[in-house]
Write a protein that binds this ligand. Structure first.
Ligand code: CTP
Length: 404
């Protein structure tokens, strides 16, 4: 199941007999390529020891909100941000009730309030408890809040009775969890994405480059695949694994990237330019390594083609640009939106000396984006690039659909 590959799954285990089945669930999630961290409620530890989950997940199991040692390793807010999805399995009637009421009196319920990731619950309880009006009202509240409810199944129960209340089997839970990450908003759509920096050669060993990691573009490619698109990714020099199902073309310089994009553009519906393309390259690339002779050295630069502007000017492709700005974010972004005739632009603040602790932008795993279009704006708050990419792909899909 490729949609779980590389995903951060926060598994919340609450106190029910089905907790023992989650040992297998952790192992199977890891087999699917997911990274799993486990949070247990106090009562869950009465059924299965944290050590079991620690051994299977490869990470310390978190049980307490106020544990200074665990908070020092990975605090609850960090855990909440780390998660791509939260799965509570088994979910007791008590935990479902707490989620419905917004109660945060232990680590797991607090995490659920603190995360922006999708949440799913897999109820497991006696069938009479499940059918009780209070439980059903709480479940409906969760559904209305877009919290996914997996199951429960009908069958024999640990209490000896038969009815609806069994936790779903591991395979079903994994399939349902994977479906959270795949939706069809870009089905039958071809998406071309540029990512990473470009290197402009000065001589055989030196180049002019930039600090772009390529993470945002790769996350966009993965999110577009999850949305059902056919994706081609044109990548500058980066150290990142190609997301599953993505066709990747590697290039080095801006001119190579330009050429690669132009060779693909007729087969594409949406172009997303996340690459940090060098605006200039050395007018002359030396065949041999330059020797130091003079006290000063000048390198003459010439303008590179603006790939995004050229693609957008064809008028045939829905074009999305990125803008990394150090000041006057909206002003600069809107000017680029207009001058390059874009449909959307995603702007982010880089190297803001007023906020040196804000770990976002070029080389970070996190980012925050402001999305502008001709008559609108939406702000996507700081989150992991993978999370932001999913949101941005949804926004792009919506605007693309409206345009056509
Ligand atoms: N872009 C491009 N080809 C270039 C330069 C930029 O496709 N030769 C794309 C980038 O991928 C990004 C957007 O254009 O989507 C950035 O716009 P740009 O005006 O080039 O931004 P900056 O390089 O930051 O411009 P400036 O230095 O003028 O702020």
């Amino acid at each position: 199941m490729q949609t779980l590959l590389g995903k951060h799954i926060l598994l919340g285990v609450t106190g029910g007999i089905a907790a023992y089945k989650c040992a297998e669930l952790v192992r199977r999630l890891r087999d699917e390529g997911a990274e799993v961290r486990v949070v247990m409620t106090r009562s869950a530890t009465e059924f299965v020891t944290p050590l079991t989950f620690q051994a299977l997940s490869g990470h310390t199991v978190h049980t307490d909100l106020l544990d200074p040692e665990a908070e020092a390793a990975m605090g609850h807010i960090e855990l909440a941000r780390w998660a791509d999805a939260v799965l509570i399995a088994p979910a007791t009637a008590n935990m479902i009730g707490k989620l419905a009421q917004g109660i945060a009196n232990d680590l797991l319920s607090t995490l659920c309030l603190a995360t922006q990731a999708p949440i799913a619950v897999a109820p497991a309880m006696n069938h009479i408890m499940w059918s009780d009006q209070a439980t059903q009202d709480n479940i409906n509240t969760l559904r209305n809040r877009q919290i996914a409810v997996f199951g429960p199944a009908f069958g024999n129960q640990a209490c000896g009775e038969t009815g609806e209340g069994r936790m779903l089997e591991t395979t079903e839970l994994i399939e349902k969890l994977a479906s959270i990450f795949s939706h069809e908003s870009l089905r039958n759509t071809r998406v071309l994405i540029t990512a990473g920096p470009t290197y402009e050669a000065i001589d055989p060993v030196r180049f002019i480059g930039n600090r772009s990691s390529g993470r945002m573009g790769f996350a966009m490619a993965e999110a577009a695949i999850e949305a059902g698109a056919k994706v081609t990714l044109i990548a500058g020099p980066v150290h990142l694994k190609t997301p599953p199902k993505v066709d990747r073309i590697d290039v080095e310089s801006a001119r190579q990237m330009h050429q690669a994009v132009m060779s693909q553009i007729d087969d594409c519906d949406i172009f997303i330019a996340t690459a940090a393309v060098a605006d200039y390259s050395p007018a002359q690339t030396h065949d041999q390594k330059l020797k130091k002779t003079e006290e000063t050295l000048s390198i003459q630069l010439r303008r590179n083609p603006d790939i995004l502007a050229e693609v957008a000017a064809t008028g045939k492709v829905f074009s999305v640009g990125f803008a990394a700005e150090t000041e006057q974010l909206e002003d600069h972004a809107r000017k680029k939106l207009q001058s390059k005739q874009l449909d959307l632009i995603a702007a982010n603040q880089v190297a803001n000396h007023d906020r040196p602790d804000e770990d976002t932008g070029f080389n970070s795993e996190y980012n925050a984006l402001d999305i502008y279009w001709a008559n609108g704006h939406i702000q996507l708050e700081k989150a992991r690039k993978t999370e932001l990419a999913r949101k941005l792909i949804n926004i792009i899909a919506e605007h693309y659909k409206n345009k056509h």
